[in-house]
Write a protein that binds this ligand. Structure first.
Ligand SMILES: O=C(O)CCC(=O)C(=O)O
Length: 322
């Protein structure tokens, strides 16, 4: 399918684009089922260990984890670790690779970054729990997390809801056109432990809430400020965010994680050295593409265990802001 010229123009001028109905429910179902299984496995284990009084089997994907949190924050956190642990991209099953390689999605990315595409390491699964302020994500640009020599490259975030999102349940907000202003100053130790751009340091333009249906996909740039606030509904606002870049942008696909040391010049490094990048499409060498779940998992595990050095950006702590 890909993107129309008008959609590409919207992405370039506004810094984001919502493509409605890009994915069929069936294309999202495997990942939703796999995440549901993780919650079910966690509930069974915690129940066996006496940490949960009920399995909450009558609750579906949208509510089961919320019911666990209602009974015990500690039990909820244990399940959350299975989903978001290991630096955030905890789950690296074949359903995740399937979505990362989804043709409809990657065809659109192709229209933004070109035909040779690397899956940028940091993908995240986010169950935003009702009334749980720790799952709020403060204002930031993804470049705030990437090394500075990557600011000039486009790294596309695809933000994909796994339930319909609303203002009430904590949909994502973006600030249109603010991607033209480069990287704002971020602070460490922000809300929820994330990097944060304090609201009074953001441009005065109005944030836009993106209420999206299952199947819609948001494309945004690495310079687009975005945030999400507390979930005031009674369902979990599940979403995933995936990142892609041109193969020409710095990346660690096929690099040895051990080559990331404090001695290495940062400008030779991948944009986010902590996690493994992987080839999604290579028009001249398709054999380089990471296609099998085993190769994908092995790669992510290898980087996780090696803990490659990431010099970061040296942002100031929020509490030291002058
Ligand atoms: O899903 C959210 O609430 C935040 C997402 C986000 O920060 C991102 O995609 O970079």
């Amino acid at each position: 399918m890909g993107l129309a010229q008008t959609e590409i123009a919207h992405f370039n001028t506004q810094g984001y684009l919502v493509k409605e109905g890009l994915l069929e429910r069936d294309e999202l179902r495997p990942l939703i089922a796999a995440l549901g299984e993780i919650v079910a496995d966690g509930a069974h284990r915690l129940h066996r260990e006496g940490k949960l009084s009920d399995l909450y089997e009558a609750s579906g994907f949208e509510t089961r984890l919320a019911r666990v949190y209602e009974e015990s924050e500690e039990a909820g956190q244990e399940i959350m670790k299975m989903i978001m642990g290991r630096g955030g991209g905890g789950f690296s099953g074949e359903e995740m690779l399937g979505l990362l390689r989804n043709d409809n999605l990657v065809d659109c990315v192709n229209d933004l970054v070109g035909p040779d595409i690397v899956g940028a390491s940091a993908y995240r699964i986010r169950p935003k729990i009702p009334e749980y302020t720790r799952t709020e994500v403060p204002w930031h640009q993804d470049s705030g997390y990437f090394l500075p020599h990557c600011d000039r490259y486009l790294i596309v975030t695809c933000w994909i809801p796994l339930v319909d999102t609303t203002v009430e349940n904590g949909c994502l907000y973006v600030i249109p056109r603010a991607h033209e202003n480069g990287v704002f100053k971020h602070y460490t130790g922000g809300h929820g432990g994330y990097l944060e751009i304090p609201a009074d340091e953001l441009p005065g333009r109005d944030p836009v809430p993106l209420q999206m249906k299952l199947g819609d996909v948001l494309f945004m740039t690495n310079l687009t400020p975005h945030a999400s606030f507390v979930n005031r509904s009674d369902i979990v606002r599940w979403s995933v965010d995936l990142r892609y870049q041109s193969m020409d942008a710095p990346n660690n696909a096929e690099e040895d994680p051990e080559s990331y040391t404090p001695e290495r010049d940062p400008v030779t490094m991948a944009c986010y050295p902590s996690e493994a990048d992987f080839v999604i499409r290579d028009s001249s060498h398709p054999e380089r593409e990471v296609r099998t779940p085993d190769a994908f998992k092995e790669l992510r595990d290898r980087f996780h265990e090696a803990k490659p050095y990431n010099p970061g950006r040296g942002w100031t702590r929020l509490k030291d802001r002058k």
